[in-house]
Design a protein around this ligand. Structure first.
Ligand SMILES: Cc1cc2nc3c(=O)[nH]c(=O)nc-3n(C[C@H](O)[C@H](O)[C@H](O)COP(=O)(O)OP(=O)(O)OC[C@H]3O[C@@H](n4cnc5c(N)ncnc54)[C@H](O)[C@@H]3O)c2cc1C
Length: 391
């Protein structure tokens, strides 16, 4: 049986995180350094400094790197608290893509790579990127990976183009996915490489204008031209990129769900307060059944999403890979929480689309959640294939 009791210790830590976010982070939501390309590095550094002072920075890191290494269920409680502001995970250093990248590097980087590329990310001193998606290749289907890493017996030479690369502007730890073509010197196949962001051969063409603004420095278009990396830059083994990406997949999908659950809960709390105090046709709008139903639907969605996340976390905590379960939960939660945000806009009336409250920002930031870490249709495609294969 799944036990839904939240131990006192997790609850106390979540309360500290929530208080920190509400008191110290929320005021920055109107900071001009929160731009249409996300928080700037300068804003991030200030927020990270506050979390460091509060003793809350990178709480999810493995113990050997100074974190509390929470179980997946504990993460569900803590990340939801962090998500109360879209800037909360940035401050606490548990935002994408760094959080997933730290998870992956802690699993497969060797000691030297971890010291150089992971530890400074854990300490909040630098950011990281995961560069997979391509305009003409990898996307929903990573097997289309077109970026190549030719091995000449000494170095790998990478050529290709990527886009939607979150945080590319200014990130210093780069994980790049490229295909090693067959060669006479060694193994081939999709491979992960690790390097510094200022290595010759990496060019940030531009930062894209997108409808979300919660990710630090936005999403970049990047060109690799003759990017030459030594064999020590290979992360894990040559040819194993998809296997490593799978390692990151289920937990990273769920932490997205947890953070957005926090943001959707915040939107609901604002909508509830508005429904209590704004009047129309002689009574508070919340007492009109139409509005009451919107709030009730939100409450139902928030709690079912929470339980779905906890269920998938429980699966992972039992040692299961949770690929199928996390796929179902990600598809469901991303659709449901977006509807919650939409209903909150509606309850607020005209100011719902303004920046008088954070609801409009949560709404437009959350739209992208149905696309990354697998668009809903791709998850449903995978679930349907599994269902059809059942005996
Ligand atoms: C905010 C944001 C941040 C991102 N950050 C990163 C990052 O840091 N690094 C990185 O590498 N990538 C990143 N991405 C890219 C993300 O991983 C891709 O958007 C995602 O994998 C989908 O690929 P695509 O955009 O190429 O869509 P496509 O593969 O072109 O798919 C387009 C649409 O086709 C449909 N579709 C595709 N396959 C199927 C199927 N089998 N069945 C039914 N319908 C299907 C879906 O509706 C899908 O939305 C980010 C994306 C966003 C939105």
């Amino acid at each position: 049986m799944i036990d839904f009791t939240v131990p006192d210790e997790w609850a106390a830590h979540a309360a500290r995180i929530r208080e920190f976010v509400a008191e110290q982070v929320v005021p920055f939501e109107s900071d001009p350094r929160l731009t249409r390309h996300g928080p700037t590095d300068e804003l991030r550094a200030e927020l990270v400094g506050l979390a460091r002072d509060a003793g809350l920075l990178t709480f999810q890191a493995p113990r050997r790197f100074g974190g509390r290494e929470p179980s997946h269920r504990e993460q569900a409680v803590l990340f939801e608290a962090a998500g109360w502001s879209t800037l909360g995970p940035v401050a606490l250093n548990c935002a994408a893509p760094d959080e997933g990248n730290m998870f992956l590097l802690a699993k497969i980087a060797d000691d030297e790579q971890a010291e150089r590329f992971l530890v400074p990310v854990i300490n909040g001193e630098r950011r990281s990127v995961f560069a997979m998606t391509e305009p003409d290749g990898a996307g929903s289907d990573p097997a289309q990976l077109a970026t190549t890493a030719d091995f000449d017996g000494t170095d790998y030479v990478i050529n290709g183009r990527k886009w939607l690369i979150t945080g590319a502007n200014g990130a210093r730890t780069w994980i790049i996915m490229a295909r090693v073509p067959p060669n006479p010197h060694g193994p081939d196949g999709p491979t992960l490489f690790l390097c510094e962001g200022d290595t010759d051969g990496i060019e940030l063409t531009r930062v894209m204008n997108t409808m979300d603004r919660n990710y630090v420095e936005g999403h970049g278009v990047v060109t690799f031209t003759g990017l030459r990396l030594p064999t020590s830059a290979v992360l894990g083994e040559v040819g194993q990129a998809f296997r490593y990406a799978q390692l990151r997949l289920a937990p990273a999908r769920l932490t997205h769900c947890m953070r957005w659950l926090g943001a959707a809960s915040r939107a609901q709390s604002i909508a509830v307060e508005h429904a209590r105090t704004r009047t129309a046709f002689g009574k508070p709008i919340g007492e009109h059944q139409g509005v009451g139903f919107l709030l009730a639907d939100n409450e139902i969605a928030l709690q079912t999403c929470r339980l779905a996340i906890w269920w998938a976390c429980w699966m992972l905590d039992t040692g299961a890979r949770g690929r199928h379960e996390s796929s179902m939960v990600k598809a469901y939660v991303s659709e449901e929480l977006f509807k919650v945000a939409d209903r909150c806009v509606q309850v607020l009336g005209g100011i719902g689309i303004s920046d008088e409250t954070p609801i409009a920002m949560i709404f437009s930031d959350m739209r992208a959640f149905r696309l990354y870490d697998g668009p809903t249709e791709v998850h449903k495609y995978a679930i349907a294939r599994q269902v059809l294969r059942r005996p």
